[in-house]
Design a protein around this ligand. Structure first.
Ligand code: SF4
Length: 426
């Protein structure tokens, strides 16, 4: 879904001349999209979108191909009478939740997810969550967060969901490494095993695999962000006493090694032990990258703002795959969370924050890059104009973290270039 905002002229930051700020029409998915990976991560949770038929279609089509069993998300459709304020949407919501929980007794945490329509009619979902938690007498925890396109881009839905869980995390002084951000289970298992080999004994994750088994947090917690779009969660954990480990994100061989090494340093692990454990991984990862680098090297890349993963990916694609960066767009720039990756970008890399989609498309057409990373809505028109594209949404649905995944990550970008080359010869 696109969100329209009144256009204002682009603005460069005098302190960072390579940063272009734009505010205009955006072409991004909303935060409801993150339900697709969150519901797979926590199978004992249910995500109930309080929205319109459009919201239901969005989540259904984003997740539709992945449903194997009864879905763990749904939509409470706000009808015309609700939207016109003629019906009590709260009563209807309570009835729907009671029916749902009767049919699905395995649900332990219920997220009420706000949308544009629920915001427009000012339906207070935090009060609804409190009321339902009391009514259900502790059998199910009811939480709420916003996935509305007015407020969120698609990965910010996870940031909001984690912040909703945070008040339920117990306080504890214990020393622990807390990996924050959804990872594929197999990737997470590998990281935990590696951290154990490095000598970090207690490693926990947020979100956990069971919504009721939340990790504790306190002054002994060192937070290692696995995803770059969790600004609100990172700040909220810091307010609970946790310390943030600053590192590049674990995309590619270099980023993954630096990410693990930064965690090891925070726990006082000897650098010689870090090299002993990680060097074989680095070597294997580089070997897997080589055939894809041959395709990507020297190719020009334009990243449009969508997933908030653009800066770490640009760092990986330029430094490890030899791509040339035309423009790196981000929905918003969190200077602290992006500092390590931004420092590794080639000097003078053009970063744009926010979006004025028409102006940005003009820059794409003028530059004619070899590859454009963008949302689904822009990919088809650009392909029709003869440009190769990569859907950014695939990057959150694929296991791309870690040295062992670096080859697969590069392959995601090499594949459209190979296909484009084949079509050009056909
Ligand atoms: S929350 Fe808003 S942007 Fe997202 S699908 Fe619903 S109406 Fe569209």
């Amino acid at each position: 879904m696109g969100v329209s905002i009144t256009a204002t002229p682009p603005d460069t930051d005098p302190a960072s001349p390579d940063l272009l700020r734009e505010s205009g029409q955006r072409e991004v998915f909303c935060g409801l999209t993150s339900i697709v990976w969150l519901h797979r991560r926590m199978p004992d949770a249910f995500f109930l979108v309080v929205g319109s038929r459009t919201c239901a279609h969005l989540v259904q089509s984003a997740a539709g191909v992945m449903i194997f069993a009864e879905p763990r998300f749904g939509t409470a459709i706000l009808g015309e009478r609700d939207l016109a304020g003629l019906a009590d949407a709260n009563e209807e919501l309570d009835r729907l939740v009671r029916d749902l929980l009767q049919r699905r007794p395995e649900i332990r945490t219920l997220f009420l997810v706000g949308s544009c329509p629920s915001e427009v009619i000012k339906l207070d979902l935090s009060r609804a969550a409190e009321r339902l938690t009391t009514q259900l007498a502790g059998r199910v925890r009811v939480l709420n967060y916003s996935g509305s396109g007015i407020e969120t881009t698609f990965t910010q839905g996870e940031d909001n969901a984690l912040q909703a869980l945070l008040p339920l995390m117990p306080a504890k002084e214990e020393s622990q490494l807390l990996i924050v951000g959804t990872l594929a289970d197999a990737v997470e298992d590998r990281f935990v095993a590696l951290f154990e080999r490095l000598g970090i004994p207690t490693v926990r994750s947020l979100p956990p695999r069971r919504s009721t088994e939340l990790p504790p947090v306190g002054p002994g917690t060192r937070v290692l962000l696995a995803q770059p779009f969790l600004s609100g969660t990172a700040r909220a954990l810091q307010r609970r006493g946790a310390q943030l480990i600053e590192a590049p994100y674990p995309f590619g061989v270099e980023g993954s090694r630096d990410w693990m090494a930064a965690a090891a340093a925070a726990f006082g692990v000897d650098p010689a032990r870090v090299a002993e454990v990680l060097d074989p991984l680095v070597e294997r990862g580089r070997r897997a990258l080589a055939p894809h680098r041959a395709v990507l090297e020297g190719k020009r890349l334009f990243l449009m703002p969508d997933s908030q993963m653009e800066i770490p990916l640009a760092r990986f694609l330029s430094r490890e795959c030899g791509m040339e960066l035309v423009e790196v767009g981000v929905p918003y720039l969190d200077r602290q969370l992006m500092a390590a990756d931004r420092a590794l970008l080639p000097p003078g890399t053009q970063i744009s924050e926010g979006q004025d989609v028409e102006r940005q498309l003009e820059r794409v057409r003028a530059a004619r890059p070899d590859l454009v990373v963008c949302g689904l809505g822009l990919a088809n028109p650009l392909e029709a104009e003869g440009m190769a594209t990569k859907w950014s949404i695939e990057l959150v649905f694929s296991p791309i973290h870690g040295c062992d995944q670096a080859g697969d990550l590069a392959e995601l970008f090499a594949r459209p270039l190979r296909r484009h080359a084949l079509l050009s010869f056909a």
